[in-house]
Design a protein around this ligand. Structure first.
Ligand code: AMP
Ligand code: ZN
Ligand code: FE
Ligand code: FE
Length: 279
C-alpha cells in the first residue's frame, strides 16, 4: 500500500490550469495520492464537479482556494482551506475577485495597446473557461504572434513590475484572512519563498494566519527549515503542494510536493466539523 500523501495546491481549468477538475482527480489517484485540494485562483467553481467525483474515486478532497491579495502594494497569495464549499462568504468574495480581474485585465489590454499589441476581450475569452488570468493574456499574445513563449510575455510585458502590468483593484491580506476565518476556514501563506521583501515576510508572520506552505515545488531545503521553525514557534500548520498548472508550469507535476496523513487529517477534521455546524 502507498504511504498517505496529499497535494494541497493545484489549479484546474476553472482558473489558469489546463486540466479539468475531474481529470485532476484522476491524475491524483494515478500519481498515488490519497488526498487533494484544488486551489484555483480566486474561485471555488471546481468543487461542483470535483466533490461527487472524489467520492466515486475514494480520494479525500479538502476544499481550497488561492486568493490574490496585497500587503502595502506587494502581491501576496493566500491559500484558504477547510471552509464549507457552499459558504456564501467565500462565493461572494470570489465574485468580487472576478470583477476585480475583469477590470484589471482591461487595464492590462489598454497598456499593451500602447506597445502596439492589440488584443480584445473576445481574444481573451477564447483562452479560458473560468477565471481569467495573466497566463490567458500571455496565451492570446502567443496565438496572435506578438510573442513566441509565455515566458517572453511575462518578462517583457505583463510580469510583476513590467511595463504592461496593472494591479487593478486590490484586497488586503487582512481582509482576505478575515473572509476565510468567517467562512470557518484556515488561512495559509502560499509559496513563501516567492515573497522577496523581508519587510513583507515580517508583516505576514505577525498576522492571524494558521499556517505556511512549507513544502512547495521549488522551495530550497534551507528555507524550508526556516519556515518550519516559524510554524513551530507559532503553533501553525505546515502545509504543502505542487502548484500544478499543467503545461503552463511544466516543472510542477502533480504530487511533487505533499503532506502526510497527520496534517491532512487535522485539516480534514476541521472541514468535517465545519460541515456539521453549517448544515
Ligand atoms: P494573475 O493571477 O492573473 O495575476 O496571474 C498569475 C499567474 O501568472 C500565476 O499563477 C503564475 O502561474 C503566472 N505567472 C506570474 N508571473 C509569471 C512569470 N514571470 N512567468 C510565467 N508565469 C507567471
Ligand atoms: Zn496560476
Ligand atoms: Fe500562487
Ligand atoms: Fe498556485
Amino acid at each position: 500500500m502507498n504511504p498517505f500523501k496529499a497535494d494541497l495546491h493545484c489549479h484546474s481549468t476553472c482558473s489558469d490550469g489546463d486540466t479539468s477538475p475531474v481529470e485532476l482527480l484522476k491524475m491524483a489517484v494515478d500519481a498515488g495520492l490519497s488526498g487533494l485540494s484544488i486551489t484555483d485562483h480566486d474561485t471555488i467553481a471546481a468543487y461542483r464537479t470535483a466533490i461527487p467525483k472524489a467520492k466515486e474515486l475514494n480520494l479525500k478532497l479538502l476544499p481550497g482556494v488561492e486568493f490574490s491579495s496585497v500587503n502595502k502594494q506587494t502581491p501576496v497569495h493566500i491559500l484558504g482551506y477547510a471552509f464549507h464549499e457552499e459558504s456564501k462568504m467565500i462565493s461572494d468574495f470570489c465574485e468580487r475577485h472576478f470583477e476585480r480581474r475583469q477590470e484589471r485585465n482591461k487595464e492590462i489590454l489598454e497598456l499593451l495597446s500602447k506597445h502596439a499589441i492589440f488584443l480584445t476581450e473576445a481574444d481573451l475569452q477564447k483562452e479560458h473557461s473560468g477565471t481569467p488570468g495573466r497566463p490567458h493574456i500571455a496565451l492570446a499574445m502567443m496565438r496572435k504572434g506578438y510573442v513566441k513563449t509565455l515566458k517572453e510575455a511575462f518578462t517583457k510585458y505583463i510580469g510583476d513590475h513590467k511595463p504592461c502590468y496593472a494591479q487593478g483593484p486590490r484586497f488586503s491580506v487582512e481582509e482576505t484572512i478575515e473572509v476565510i476565518h468567517r467562512a470557518g476556514g484556515l488561512a495559509v501563506i502560499a509559496h513563501p519563498d516567492q515573497i522577496k521583501s523581508s519587510k513583507t515576510v515580517k508583516d505576514l508572520l505577525s498576522m492571524g494566519f494558521d499556517g505556511i506552505e512549507v513544502y512547495y515545488a521549488r522551495n530550497d531545503p534551507n528555507s524550508q527549515h526556516k519556515w518550519l521553525q516559524a510554524c513551530q514557534n507559532r503553533g501553525w500548520f505546515t502545509t504543502g503542494g505542487s502548484d500544478y498548472h499543467g503545461s503552463i508550469k511544466p516543472n510542477n507535476p502533480i504530487g511533487c510536493s505533499w503532506i502526510g496523513e497527520e496534517t491532512f487529517q487535522h485539516l480534514y477534521i476541521h472541514y468535517i466539523n465545519n460541515h456539521a455546524t453549517l448544515h
